[in-house]
Design a protein around this ligand. Sequence first.
Ligand code: NAI
Ligand code: AKG
Length: 454
Amino acid sequence: MASKNHQAVDLDTFIEGLEKRNEGQTEFIQAVREVAEDIFTFVKDRPDYQEAQILRRIAEPDRIVSFRVCWEDDDHNIRVERGWRVQNNNAIGPYKGGLRFHESVNESILKFLAFEQTFKNSLTGLPLGGGKGGSNFNPKGKSDAEIMRFCQSFMTELYRHIGPDTDVPAGDIGVGSREIGYLFGQYKRITGRWEGVLTGKGTAYGGSIMRPEATGYGAVYFLRDMLREADEDIEGKSAVISGAGNVALHAAEKLCELGGKVLTLSDSDGFVHDPDGIDADKIAWVKELKNERRGRISEYIEEYSGATYHEGEAPWRVDCDIAMPCATQNELDESDAKALADNDVMAVCEGANMPTTMEGVKVFQDAEILYAPGKAANAGGVAVSGLEMSQNSERVSWNREKLDDMLTDLMEDIHGKCVERGRSGDSGHVNYVKGANIAGFEKVADAMLAFGVV
Ligand SMILES: NC(=O)C1=CN([C@@H]2O[C@H](COP(=O)(O)OP(=O)(O)OC[C@H]3O[C@@H](n4cnc5c(N)ncnc54)[C@H](O)[C@@H]3O)[C@@H](O)[C@H]2O)C=CC1
Ligand SMILES: O=C(O)CCC(=O)C(=O)O
């Protein structure tokens, strides 16, 4: 059926307008481009979606709050940073998504993350809208007291924009349990209310068991489902992982538990390669290094002599069956993807958000390598955050077994949606990007249609 809407545009015109309106915001444009092609094809037979300009509306955040964050360092210097909250879309639930503290943070990065979050949260099947926030504050080398003062100052402005039914932030790069504790403490101090306004809290004060593990474990569950679909499994497979943070270390932990062999971990300075495998004991050592001593991954080779350290390099040229980028956006480019393909990588499963460039994704797709995009594969974290919200509302705490079962089922369900929407008729190959984009879009689009023009 042809569209009656005189404003209906084709894909090229849509992209042109997107680039014009968001000049220089390369990450945001990349994230929207990555879904636009699939959605334009999908809505061809859905004039209601076309006429309501749903994608155009999802690609324009509901609002962006930007604010000054002043804090005092240990030498009594006054420091000024910028803070943001991007509230992208709350059609299906309160805005939900992490806070990132990293010197690279800017509006483009937070807009891409909030846009992707909208699709990801929809895929979980839970009532969660999409948002993201953070600051260009660089936590590296800061004392605990400095981190606390920064978090308190950040929350002193943010608190007026969030709430358990409006917007529920959580952690992301540079924001872990320590930072969530300081942020939650300040929210409670200002408002006088204990409520489920943040997730990723400590279990002593309303956090959910399994939330720290959920993103990494969930990504490995998705990988297991994807391999199962192709009559393969994790047992005996070698894996390269980037990052050494929350997502990377929990993905490594679960891979080991399921019989995989983890060969690498990395940070922004370089990567370590341990041909003997980075087993559970070694992962526990890295957790202590990163979370307690706040050290660099290069220190690994002083502890484990069989390993090598590669300064300034990423791990993608190490021969492996499985690759899991778990550090940051655009950390895996076209030449990295070709190196992985040349080494006959079987599956690429993203723990990070948009870690592969568009050119890299094309290499994986052309080679029909099993490729799981972050918006599907790393959705376990926000899903368990959704379960933390439910537990806070009900004033209950579920146990590990129940939460792990729920996470397993949620990831299986997301995988199933991707297969349903992403399987190609002729070859039977599953395009997980297309599957995730369409399945994530549909629920948000239906809610937006129901609301009329708002
Ligand atoms: N924490 C969570 O629950 C979720 C996180 N993610 C995504 O996973 C990724 C990692 O996040 P977390 O593990 O939570 O953060 P984290 O702060 O615990 O760890 C980040 C890791 O990435 C490394 N890294 C940061 N910038 C880098 C760069 N430019 N080059 C190379 N390495 C770099 C850091 O050294 C660190 O090892 C991010 O893309 C984040 O958005 C996605 C879903 C949920
Ligand atoms: O748990 C959450 O709300 C945040 C998770 C997140 O930031 C993400 O999925 O990228």
